[in-house]
Design a protein around this ligand. Structure first.
Ligand code: SR1
Length: 325
């Protein structure tokens, strides 16, 4: 394996093994996150072992033990249920394996936490909601408890509702599975049919937003509701900007950049270098109007126009190549 000239050990020799262990692999966000992690690993000469996530807590535990047995120097844990991970993660740490957590709160001072500034993300989306709809409307809300980013976004939604009594949450639904969008669509159809006065749906995960949009299209009410989400992908941009789309705004990072930052955080730890405990990648508001006006059609278009979509200054060092996209 090739090392990087001038890099600290063990990266000067190459062949460092790292595992990416995800809880969810399906969907644009997680595929792009993985692609970013792979690109950064390649640039660092890292041998990255990717363990696919199938929303299975027992399997994710097993994968962590397998990775330790493979002799990895580090593990990036991407989502998961903290209650089922604590003991196996501690076993890995005890063997000297460096751990980075993305969007799963492992509550351990030795484990840096990567996140997309979820409070800010939700706040930006809700500021846009108010700009477009005022402070009095019937709302639908898509939420599943137990996922760190969704829980953080939910804290902002709770505060928003408390501060705006004219906002009435008429229906709450959601699921996270290997069919998140289509199952959410079925739930949304029932909720929107039962509550025809809903004007705004806060759906802070792109798979949720996709499901609500599908339901609105099937019910013929795409012109009656507005959907606000998190996340972006090329497919999302197409759905947001198509004529008559009810999906009017999203607040997002480039998930590939987040994947790259996660791998860099692991590499810095393996090299014995200091990194902050909390690593945050800030999201950007993308409205339907702004995407259409700028002629943005793909994530690559976004990366060309908005520097935060091509790189991040989080977890960098002079020896780490970070121009990947
Ligand atoms: C089920 S959690 C889904 C979220 O994880 C990441 O933070 C993405 O932003 C996505 O919205």
């Amino acid at each position: 394996a090739d090392g990087i000239a001038g890099a600290p050990a063990p990266f000067n020799k190459g062949g460092v093994k790292l595992a990416l262990i995800s809880y969810i692999s399906a969907g644009d966000f997680f595929q792009a996150y993985q692609a970013g992690a792979e690109a950064q690993a390649k640039a660092l000469g890292i041998d990255l072992r990717v363990f696919p996530g199938r929303q299975d807590a027992a399997e994710q535990r097993e994968q962590i033990l397998q990775a330790v047995n493979l002799g990895v120097s580090g593990i990036v844990i991407d989502h998961g249920l903290p209650e089922s991970l604590g003991d196996v993660v501690q076993q890995a740490l005890d063997k000297g394996v460096k751990i980075v957590a993305f969007d799963v709160n492992l509550n351990n001072p030795k484990i840096p936490q990567v996140e997309q500034s979820d409070h800010e993300l939700a706040q930006q989306a809700l500021d846009q909601v108010v700009k477009d709809n005022g402070k009095s409307f019937a709302a639908g809300y898509v939420y599943v408890a137990g996922f760190a980013p969704l829980d953080r976004r939910n804290e902002v939604w709770d505060k928003f509702r408390a501060a705006n009594p004219g906002v009435v949450e008429k229906a709450r639904f959601g699921n996270v599975s290997d069919t998140t969008a289509t199952t959410t669509a079925d739930q949304a159809k029932a909720a929107l049919t039962a509550n025809p006065d809903i004007k705004v749906v806060f759906a802070p995960y792109d798979e949720f937003a996709r499901g609500v949009k599908l339901a609105a299209g099937d019910l013929g009410i795409a012109d009656k509701i507005k959907i606000y989400s998190a996340d972006v992908s090329t497919a999302d941009i197409q759905e947001i900007t198509e004529p008559g789309s009810p999906w009017v705004a999203t607040v997002a990072t480039n998930p590939a950049v987040v994947g790259a930052v996660s791998v860099r955080a692991a590499a810095l730890q393996i090299a014995g270098q200091e990194i902050p405990h909390q690593i945050t990648i800030k999201p950007t508001l993308l409205t339907q109007d702004s995407l259409r006006a700028a002629g943005v059609k793909t994530i690559e278009d976004l990366a060309a126009k908005i520097p935060a979509f091509s790189t991040s200054d989080a977890a960098t060092a002079s020896w780490i190549p970070d121009k990947l996209f």
